[in-house]
Design a binder for this molecule. Structure first.
Ligand SMILES: [Mn+2]
Length: 289
């Protein structure tokens, strides 16, 4: 019997160059294949150029793993991030129901809303503009006319630019803002799960008449990932370290998340350090925060 009733994960950022993470993903798939309900909430890959990616050994590897997870499940959900929404077609083929922005519905017997999380970061204006522009491009057409080689090059260049902007981010200005989470809770979500900000935390948000819990998963790192698990209707953030699932005491506020588990008392220090580093390197960031 499966260890959990449901499993959720996001922000793996896998590529052929991320061997330690791919090894953790191998172990993860071995461990959770057969789980009845599965949800991948985006940024599965560092970048994805569409069906042509399947010609690479890495593309095939990824597709096979995702398919194995979906095959063992009665419900498999894929909500893409900005790096992998061109995977949507492949996700459908692999057995996932694809929700472009949000899945609102039932999961493991609870009313849930699952998103990648970028739409919650409403103060991140540059990113929101980029997202709208990027998603509106005629990708179906571009995939037909751009050669495979040019596709990889183009996607890699876009990634380099976006990495530079991620390095500048600080939590208060670019993190999750409450309004859109509250709206989902008002519409009935008991549990809201997302990724995107790479900083795991969990807290309650009040809707009109009800309260819902937001759970934010981490990105994948060489020491493991904070993922979501469900057992008997109870959603939990847990750490998968490449072997086992461990309890994870999630902070209640969004913070900078360093390698390993940061004890709660140290989290504000980690944030202050990250922010002063940002200010030191980027005079523009100092003037806007
Ligand atoms: Mn991500």
């Amino acid at each position: 019997m499966a260890e959990f009733d449901g499993v959720l994960f996001s922000d793996l950022h896998l590529s052929e160059a991320t061997e330690p993470l791919n090894a953790i993903f191998d172990a993860f798939v071995d461990r959770v294949a057969g789980t009845p309900e599965i949800a991948c909430l985006g940024d599965l890959t560092e970048y994805w150029i569409g069906y042509m990616h399947l010609r690479l050994p890495f593309g095939k590897y990824l597709f096979d793993h995702m398919q194995r997870l979906a095959k063992g499940a009665k419900r498999a959900i894929f909500v893409p991030g900005n790096r992998d929404f061109l995977f949507n077609g492949q996700a459908r083929k692999a057995g996932y129901e694809v929700h472009a922005n949000v899945y609102e519905g039932e999961f493991c017997g609870r009313r849930v809303a699952f998103e990648h999380g970028d739409r919650f970061c409403t103060k991140d204006i540059d990113y929101q503009k980029f997202r709208r522009w990027f998603r509106k491009l005629p990708w179906g057409f571009l995939q037909l006319v751009i050669t495979e080689k040019r596709g990889h090059k183009l996607a890699q260049n876009l990634r380099k630019k976006s990495k530079a902007s991620v390095a500048r981010k600080n939590v208060s200005a670019f993190g999750i803002q409450p309004e859109k989470v509250q709206r989902l809770v008002t519409r009935g979500a008991e549990v809201v799960v997302c990724g995107h900000v790479h900083s795991p935390f969990s807290r309650n948000y009040a809707g009109a008449k009800n309260v819902g819990r937001l759970m934010v998963m981490s990105d994948w790192r060489p020491d493991g990932a904070i993922v979501g698990t469900v057992k008997n209707g109870e959603f939990r953030l847990m750490k998968f370290d490449g072997n086992d699932f461990h309890p994870f005491e999630a902070p209640t506020e969004q913070n900078v998340y360093a390698y390993g588990d940061i004890p709660r008392q140290l989290a504000p220090l980690a944030q202050a350090a990250a922010e002063s580093e940002t200010r030191g390197h980027d005079p523009q960031a100092a003037s806007t925060t």
